[in-house]
Design a protein around this ligand. Structure first.
Ligand SMILES: NC(=O)c1ccc[n+]([C@@H]2O[C@H](COP(=O)([O-])OP(=O)(O)OC[C@H]3O[C@@H](n4cnc5c(N)ncnc54)[C@H](OP(=O)(O)O)[C@@H]3O)[C@@H](O)[C@H]2O)c1
Length: 257
């Protein structure tokens, strides 16, 4: 995929980092975004020397409202054109909504929803104008149902799924891929940061990063709108269609109580 530059948020860890490796291995130049600059720098050095691609790092806190516009303007100043946006930055927080910290919930909406939407809005018009590239949003299986004890997180992922599906239908150009990668639990820092490691949900089904990012990357290149990595994970949205919602709410609650 020479002559392509991919902007990847959440590149300092987990799924974003895994996707950055796959894009670089396919000869894409990269712009890496996250807060931890040391991690971005180390990854940039590794990818430059292993794959010979150009890597630009932009340490930013996406919970800050102006971060997407700053990213856009800094890249314009550098004369860099973005062909693919991968929105992987995100986090969850386990607990009852009324008891969880107010700021953490607001920040979650900002990172998981607002920054993802804002970055897409800033870069998609150029992608449409040039007629190639795409948007790869990291949603979650959580987006298919409500999630008691992670209410805001599940709702943010329902947004990502709905938003990405709608965009794919609006854009409708075979050279522009619009994909939502929707994994179930994955072995990354997410589990411990969200305090989900000891939940039944994570104990029952945890995938490694590699097959998840590979499915996401290949699905994106094919132009799949929704990518569900893993056999069990593929079944869940199907089964949900036949399960009463009151029951779904209770099952999900028991998996993460
Ligand atoms: N792991 C799972 O079970 C799972 C399942 C389904 C979906 N997902 C989704 O996958 C995506 C990636 O998560 P992961 O599993 O790879 O978790 P992770 O290892 O914790 O990575 C999260 C990434 O998001 C970045 N990030 C978080 N808050 C940020 C902020 N305020 N500003 C900028 N960057 C921020 C982190 O970078 P810094 O900390 O350096 O800023 C990190 O690079 C998320 O959207 C998550 O919801 C995860």
């Amino acid at each position: 995929m020479a002559n392509e530059t991919a902007l990847i948020t959440g590149a300092s860890s987990g799924i974003g980092l895994g996707l950055a490796r796959l894009f670089a291995a396919d000869d894409s130049n990269l712009v890496l975004v996250a807060r931890r600059e040391d991690r971005l720098k180390a990854l940039a050095d590794e990818l430059k020397s292993e794959f010979g691609v150009d890597v630009f790092i932009l340490p930013k806190d996406l919970s800050e409202k102006n971060a997407p516009r700053e990213i856009f303007e800094e890249l314009q100043k550098e004369g860099m054109q973005i062909d693919v946006v991968v929105n992987s930055a995100g986090f969850g927080a386990r607990g009852k909504f009324a008891a969880l910290g107010e700021q953490a919930q607001i920040d979650m909406l900002q990172v998981n929803v607002v920054a993802l939407t804002h970055l897409t809005r800033l870069f998609l018009p150029g992608i449409i104008e040039r007629g190639r590239g795409g948007i790869l949003n990291v949603g979650s299986l959580a987006g298919f149902q409500p999630g008691p004890n992670l209410a805001v997180y599940y709702a943010t992922k329902a947004y990502v799924l709905s938003f990405t599906e709608a965009l794919s239908e609006e854009v409708r150009n075979p050279n522009i891929k619009i994909t939502c990668l929707a994994p179930g639990p994955v072995r990354t820092e997410f589990g411990s940061k969200s305090e989900l490691d000891d939940s039944l949900l994570f104990k029952m089904s945890l995938m490694d990063v590699e097959p998840v990012v590979r499915a996401g990357y290949e699905g994106f290149r094919r132009g799949d709108v929704i990518v569900l990595p893993g056999m069990k994970q593929k079944l869940i949205p199907f089964l949900l269609r036949f399960t009463p919602r009151f029951l779904v709410r209770k099952i999900v609650k028991s998996l993460q109580s």
